[in-house]
Design a protein around this ligand. Sequence first.
Ligand SMILES: NC(=O)c1ccc[n+]([C@@H]2O[C@H](COP(=O)([O-])OP(=O)(O)OC[C@H]3O[C@@H](n4cnc5c(N)ncnc54)[C@H](OP(=O)(O)O)[C@@H]3O)[C@@H](O)[C@H]2O)c1
Length: 266
Amino acid sequence: MAISVCLAGATGWAGSALAKGIYAAPDLNLVSAVSRSHAGKSLGSVIDQTGSTPLLSSTAAEALRASPDVFIEYTKPDIAKSNSLQAFQSSCHVLVGTSGLNEDDYREIDAVAQSVGRGVLACGNFSLTAVLFEKFAEMAAKHIPHWEIIDYASSSKKDSPSGTARELAYNLSRVRESQLDVPHDQSQGPEGIRGARLNGTQVHAVRLPGYVLSLDAIFGMPDQKLIIRHEAGMSAQPYVDGALIGIRKVISLVGLHRGLASVMNL
Ligand SMILES: NC(=O)c1ccc[n+]([C@@H]2O[C@H](COP(=O)([O-])OP(=O)(O)OC[C@H]3O[C@@H](n4cnc5c(N)ncnc54)[C@H](OP(=O)(O)O)[C@@H]3O)[C@@H](O)[C@H]2O)c1
């Protein structure tokens, strides 16, 4: 039996590519979708998808009336938590692709997911190369105690750091905290000059025109450095396959799981 899916953010850059991927997957059925500016129109007419597509709802609450198995949150950070919590009340499992949720948000989402016996899979980056990047960085952190992250994105990106950087810092914290030889309170210079401490990792965000999304994890040892770099391209296609895996995996989870690597056999 097909997994029924509701996609919030179905008309967006990432969401529209995913909607087409769901249509192409015989085991998935897109039963409802959310976009405020196109509410009432058929999704297919907005994203140029032929065949029968649902009418767009203006809110997650309205779209959840279709009783999907999985709710996908692919909108904006200011609404992502409340959409996810609403989805649990409708007995959905939740796949979060939206970036910008913080550790407190995830703690709350985890508690509610556990209380209703539903799973939530939050993935800062669904692309295979980013998943491998995270895995390689975790391997390096086991052997090299000093590292920092540089997160690059376009000047219009409001949330910092990116979901990819947040997730990497979280996953590295499960290995250990990166070592700081000069503690922050003894560091000299303007406040913030050494970046932000996030889950025990030093993170620096660069926001400039010309960047899409890139991430450097720099591991330093005396007389040697390891720099692991991820670079996203211009299209949203690399995120589709990982999100499809996430939909199929989240229905057997309970509580919060972070990163696609957590449900892949890597
Ligand atoms: N995890 C990953 O691999 C991955 C990959 C790419 C992007 N992302 C993240 O995914 C999110 C979306 O990115 P994007 O580039 O696709 O953004 P986008 O092009 O601006 O699309 C946003 C979508 O969300 C809808 N939306 C925005 N605010 C809403 C609200 N308050 N209520 C309901 N719907 C709302 C928009 O439609 P309306 O404005 O018509 O409502 C649109 O469909 C961002 O947080 C981004 O960082 C994650």
